[in-house]
Design a binder for this molecule. Sequence first.
Ligand code: HEM
Length: 133
Amino acid sequence: MTSTTQTEPQAESDYAAVGGAPAITVVVNRFYELVLADDRLRGYFDGIELVRLKRHQVALVSQVMGGPVAYDGRDLRTAHANLHITADDFAAVAGHLIAALTEAGVPSEIIDRTVSAVAATQPDIVEVSATEA
Ligand code: HEM
């Protein structure tokens, strides 16, 4: 055990810093509204059960913010296979997440970290790269 572990409270996750589950629920509900109101995106979610969709949103936000969420769904590559998601779709979803976080008053450095973590999932989710289009 090194001397730097568990000596300072600053190891708090972004998930905890923004207010935990109640705050994430507000962000998730707003993100969900924005995605389904977006004509570019809503078609992807046709026929997807609300429960599944909610799990999608909660997992997305909680995981990337370091929340204590034991995600037990499919890995992201499998979950998004055959959906033919483009880089533009991905950017639109990420944009809605940024909007929901911003509206909820989440500090910009936490938004930056969250967006970086989400961006790192792009190779697993985007099937049609911009260069192939
Ligand atoms: C931005 C990063 C994204 C993350 C971290 C993410 C994460 C997830 C997760 C955790 C699930 C649940 C998997 C399961 O139920 O086992 C899921 C499902 C899904 N995602 Fe995403 N997603 C992202 C982007 C997108 C984008 C850009 C689209 C489409 C435009 C999309 C469409 C879907 C759909 C349609 C499902 C349901 C698939 C099914 O149940 O068959 N996701 N996503």
